[in-house]
Design a protein around this ligand. Structure first.
Ligand code: NAD
Ligand code: 3DD
Length: 512
């Protein structure tokens, strides 16, 4: 056997996957039935996504995104599949990963890889590196594969959800410039130690000039969610943002719809699929009463739960009072609640101490972007010392049994039921928001990508939102589905309220 056959590609951590693989995609399965199911659901979803359908019709045959190389890091669901195929129809070259280890819908990933004209044995779709149940090392391996095109080039646009892709390219180039990559052992979390290991391995493989050339070609990013936007504004304030960013989350037709009505639909869907527990009459604590918290409360109240909230912000707290909600602190009520839902975008909102005081079999979940809202790491530390036992009920549903408490059955330890390992429950234990809601979010994403592709350099290294007339356009595209009929302003009415009869209908400072 020649020596060449003995050269073993270095693999990334325990993934047994080559750091720079030549895999054209990696998904859970490419069985014909999986692909057929995914394609059928993509077809059905498109009918429920009038905004994306309208963009495809508007730009049919025009390819306005020709030349765009878009790397996307956003939950690989059926709805995201429609987004991806819209970007491709508009001329973009796309590579994709999910932004969460549990949110991929495997039939969506498979159908997107095959594409509308391909077959499982001859895929002609979009390279996707995502499968439900990735390990953290596999997740970051996927991100690395999607960032590099087969010709070694990188993206010129990012489409991000939570900021992981944006963070990786920024940290990679910053550590190259400083010449030092912190040691993985110095990381404050298991996940960040994996990121650092990835950067070390890339430098070992390809040297110290990989990320700076790559980031220099990235013209901009469009960011999907609140937490990712927060990270972008932090970089803008610190002066470390390397390219313009469009904050898609704060398009009104995204955050006041997806974050509210999407969570209203998908939270109880997830709780029911995960536990089959009756929600009616149960005492449920929603932590955070922002857009997602408001939708989550509506979701639970829709099932006649008794809902309480926690807040730090007096305005949101007052809003809750006006909705007849009790505004409490978790410390005061933790032992009385049957269910917990964190929706703060903050960290350590539910601590191990809180979980030790919870009722037996209390259900604990998070609907915020990251898994640090609930102190899962703290639970794992107790598991390591033998104080807590983790029992899998089914994937993404675990009983954590405390062995030292005495308020469980027969005076023994109590248990809690943690969903999706503290990751966002609506995508980990269900399929997330419905297509119609995601249509508004993703119409904003496509408009943002079109704007960046056409005019990125005009923005500087800033975070901006799309103009109001586009927000109103997105809303308009979705009214017909409901049979809604708008009233037309007369000229005198328009001048009376100081707007144009064709809009925008609100001043910039208007809060919806
Ligand atoms: P938001 O800023 O509107 O709301 C968060 C609220 O939490 C704020 O009102 C804030 O005052 C409050 N808060 C912060 N720290 C708190 C604490 N320690 N205790 C109590 N309240 C606290 O943000 P949002 O748009 O509602 O998003 C919340 C999170 O959900 C973000 O991480 C966002 O990325 C994510 N998100 C998830 C989905 C999903 O489908 N799962 C959809 C949209 C957004
Ligand atoms: N998110 C919720 N449901 C989703 C779905 N069906 N597909 C893709 C993403 C989905 C998350 C979004 O709400 C995202 O916009 C966010 O987290 O803000």
């Amino acid at each position: 056997m020649s020596v060449a056959h003995l050269i073993i590609e270095p693999t990334f951590m325990q993934t047994r996957l080559a750091l720079f693989s030549t895999l054209p995609y990696k998904v859970a399965d490419m069985k014909s039935d999986t692909v057929r199911f995914g394609r059928k659901e993509l077809e059905l979803a498109l009918h429920e996504m009038p905004g994306l359908l309208s963009l495809r019709e508007q730009y049919r045959g025009k390819k306005p995104l020709a030349g765009a190389q878009i790397m996307g890091s956003l939950h690989m669901t059926i709805q995201t599949g429609v987004l991806i195929e819209t970007l491709v129809e508009l001329g973009a070259d796309v590579r994709w990963v999910s932004c969460n280890i549990f949110s991929t819908q495997d039939h969506a990933a498979a159908a997107v890889v095959v594409g509308p004209t391909g077959t499982p044995t001859n895929p002609r779709g979009t390279p996707v590196y995502a499968w439900k149940g990735e390990t953290l090392a596999e997740y970051w391996w996927c991100t690395l594969q999607a960032i590099f095109w087969p010709d070694g080039s990188g993206p010129n646009l990012l489409l991000d959800d939570g900021g992981d892709a944006t963070m990786l390219v920024h940290l990679g180039s910053e550590y190259e410039a400083s010449g030092v990559i912190p040691s993985p052992e110095s990381a404050s979390s298991e996940e960040f130690s994996i990121v650092l290991q990835l950067l070390h391995d890339v430098r070992r493989e390809r040297g110290n000039n990989v990320w700076r050339p790559l980031i220099s070609k990235i013209r901009g990013v469009s960011e999907e969610t609140t937490t990712g936007v927060h990270r972008l504004y932090e970089r803008q304030t610190a002066g470390t943002l390397r390219f313009p960013a469009i904050n898609v989350n704060d398009s009104v037709t995204k955050s006041k719809f997806d974050n509210v009505y999407g969570c209203r639909h998908s939270l109880t869907d997830a709780l029911m699929r995960a536990t089959d527990v009756l929600i009616a009459g149960k005492r449920c604590l929603v932590l955070g009463y922002g857009d997602v918290g408001k939708g989550s409360v509506q979701s639970l109240k829709g099932q006649c739960a008794k809902v309480y909230i926690t807040e730090i912000d007096p305005i949101c707290a007052l809003q809750a009072c006006m909705q007849g909600l009790d505004v409490v602190t978790i410390d005061d009520v933790v032992g009385d609640m049957d269910m917990f839902v964190t929706a703060t975008g903050n960290h350590s909102v539910i601590t191990v101490e809180h979980m030790m005081r919870m009722k037996h079999n209390a259900i604990v979940s998070n609907i915020g972007h990251f898994d640090n809202e609930i102190d899962i790491a703290g639970l794992e530390a107790l598991q390591a010392t033998g104080d807590v036992e983790k029992i899998e009920v089914k994937p993404q549903v675990h009983e954590w049994r405390f062995l030292r408490t005495t308020h469980g059955p027969d005076g023994k330890g109590h248990s809690i039921i943690v969903l999706a390992e503290g990751r966002l429950v609506n995508l980990g234990c269900a399929t997330g928001h419905p297509s119609f809601v995601m249509s508004a979010s993703f119409t904003n994403q496509v408009l943002a990508q079109l704007e960046l592709h056409a005019n990125a350099e005009a923005y500087g290294k800033t975070v901006t939102t799309l103009p109001k007339h586009l927000d109103e356009h997105v809303a308009r595209l979705h009214l017909e589905k409901f049979g809604a009929k708008l009233t037309t302003l007369t000229d005198s009415q328009a001048s009376y309220i100081g707007v144009k009869s064709e809009g925008p209908f609100k001043p910039e400072y208007y809060r919806y």
